[in-house]
Design a protein around this ligand. Structure first.
Ligand code: GH3
Ligand code: MG
Ligand code: MG
Ligand code: MG
Length: 292
């Protein structure tokens, strides 16, 4: 957590109360607090209200206005006891208000409660972005991520690639082996994708029924085509029996690759359409292949 106060002695008091149970970061100004919140993502901020230059209200307002920091809970700690100050704090998005002089046991209890609530909401949020069947990210995650990554790629003039893949003749697979076996197959394909993707910034999501997407920041067309080929080989190497497939005795995938090159502007939608069009061509040209 982060303790923010312009007076070092106040910080020390809180540090002594909390540092045996938690990792405590410290800031002595609003600007420093904002920078630490962005870089370290603390689970809680204990924020002094009265500070020179940027006061606690302003810090809280800025934290709540930025999507990267808005979910960090803020507790105001202040010597001001009037209710309008407290009300204003809550209006700005604070979760609690503690008045000085502080009672160590109360501070510990409130901190503990808010950290627990934060952990619970983080967990729920992470579930909301996961696909229940396969455990990879879901469409909601992908839609948000692709827009964010496109923004970043344009700002930094970096490449951004998208591989879209679809299981071949999956309707026949379900019809022949049953829906349970179909679900198992999807889980195994998803697991293979996770293993095929090597870089930390890569994202996999289930885009629809038997369709997955791999979002690849900082990856050019050649790199994306190579990854697509790895996936194509890894999936058939699973040797999941598929007696009804017209291309192989095993489950296979078709892949479409789209790329926004370094110096070119693009939109998330155009990148998705491109990968989708290429995937369609891969299907048309016989399946178990890659178009890019
Ligand atoms: P193509 O090679 O052209 O992609 O043919 P296909 O049969 O794979 O494509 P189609 O879109 O006709 O059928 C997709 C099938 O995927 C139909 C649907 O029942 C099945 N499916 C979608 N979601 C799930 C799921 O969660 N579990 C299972 N078992 N099947 C699913
Ligand atoms: Mg102060
Ligand atoms: Mg499909
Ligand atoms: Mg299919």
């Amino acid at each position: 957590m982060l303790v923010v106060d312009d007076q070092a002695t106040n910080i020390q008091v809180l540090y002594q109360i909390l540092s045996s149970d938690y990792q405590v970061l410290m800031a002595t100004s609003g600007a420093q607090a904002l920078a630490l919140c962005a870089s370290k993502q603390p689970d809680l901020v204990l924020l002094d209200l009265v500070m020179p230059e940027m006061d606690g209200y302003q810090v809280c307002q800025r934290l709540k206005a930025d999507t990267a920091t808005r979910d960090i809970p803020v507790i105001f700690i202040t010597a001001q006891t009037d209710e309008s100050a407290e009300e204003k704090g809550f209006d700005l998005g604070a979760v609690d208000f503690i008045s000085k002089p502080i009672n160590p046991r109360i501070v510990r209890a409130r901190v503990k409660t808010h950290l627990m609530l934060k952990a619970q909401s983080d967990l729920l949020r992470s579930w909301a972005y996961l696909d229940g069947l396969t455990g990879v990210h879901n469409r909601r995650f992908f839609d948000e991520r692709v827009a964010a990554e496109m923004g970043r790629a344009i700002r930094n003039q970096t490449a951004l690639s998208l591989v879209m893949l679809d299981v071949d003749f999956f309707k026949r697979f379900n019809d022949h082996y049953g829906h349970q076996a179909g679900d198992d197959c999807l889980r195994r394909v998803a697991k293979t994708l996770k293993n095929s993707l090597m870089r930390a910034g890569d994202h996999i999501a289930r885009y629809g029924g038997e369709e997955f997407v791999c979002l690849l920041p900082d990856t050019n067309f050649t790199g994306a085509m190579q990854l697509a080929e790895t996936i194509r080989r890894d999936v058939i190497s699973l040797q999941i029996e598929h007696a009804q497939s017209s291309v192989a005795p095993f489950v296979t995938v078709s892949l479409g690759v789209g790329c926004k090159p370094e110096k070119i502007h693009g939109s998330a939608n155009s990148l998705i359409s491109l990968a989708d069009t290429q995937l369609y061509k891969a299907k048309e040209h016989g399946r178990h292949r890659i178009f890019g």
